[in-house]
Design a protein around this ligand. Sequence first.
Ligand code: NAD
Length: 256
Amino acid sequence: SLKGKTAIITGSNSGIGLGVAHELARAGADVVLNSFTDTDEDHKLAEDLGREHGVTARYIKADMSKGEECRHLIEAAGACDILVNNAGIQHVAPIDEFPAEKWDAIIAINLSSAFHTTAAGLPMMRKAGWGRVVNIASAHGLTASPYKSAYISAKHGIVGMTKTVALETAKEPITANAICPGYVLTPLVESQIPDTAKKYDMSEEEVKEKVILERQPSKEFATVEQIGGTAVFLCSDAAAQITGTTISVDGGWTAL
Ligand code: NAD
């Protein structure tokens, strides 16, 4: 059980982050939800999650595109036994048309935020004598697709950072690993469907089956519960010697 552990999940008011928060809370962890929005709904999500699983759940606002706010999130949480770096955005365009400000935002949110949170979180893990860093990378951290240069660079980058953190903590009761999901039907993926449907003159259902899941041999989306369950496994004693590696949850994508 993760009872007594505090888990901070960046970018967790929707999608995979929220799913991971639920599974960690189900396993007994107290959780800190985060986004940059700070709405009543965000606070209610934490309240409901805490009540559902009988744990302490808080919402802390911090913009993961800003290094100082990343570090503040960890400090404000007061404890950081489990750090899940999940916040992420996507933008799709050919590299010669890719807006420079989108490149900067994606590198900041999908990669640099994890540098700042890990830098702030590791000393707290060391003090507690136990820690888990779980980075939500992607199949795109291991392989590429056209038109996603910033995302793929950031995801390959976070896989490299995961290995480095694992080596720097190798002799301590701390592990660092990356989960590499294939496609999960979250707002991030759903938002890409209408444009793709227009582009290929297809229905949205056809886009899901023929375009998105084309890469995923199982022909099924992974679920946020499956990503959360993988995170819970990485936090378990069974995974204590698993460090510096990636676990794919991608229906066979990276086996192709
Ligand atoms: P999502 O859009 O549902 O969630 C993204 C989360 O990040 C939201 O909670 C949002 O509030 C938060 N966020 C965005 N910008 C932020 C900022 N500046 N500061 C703080 N929080 C911010 O998307 P998702 O699919 O759940 O994605 C979560 C992670 O999983 C991302 O890192 C994504 O790259 C990764 N991933 C997703 C898929 C997929 O198929 N959905 C596949 C592989 C990896």
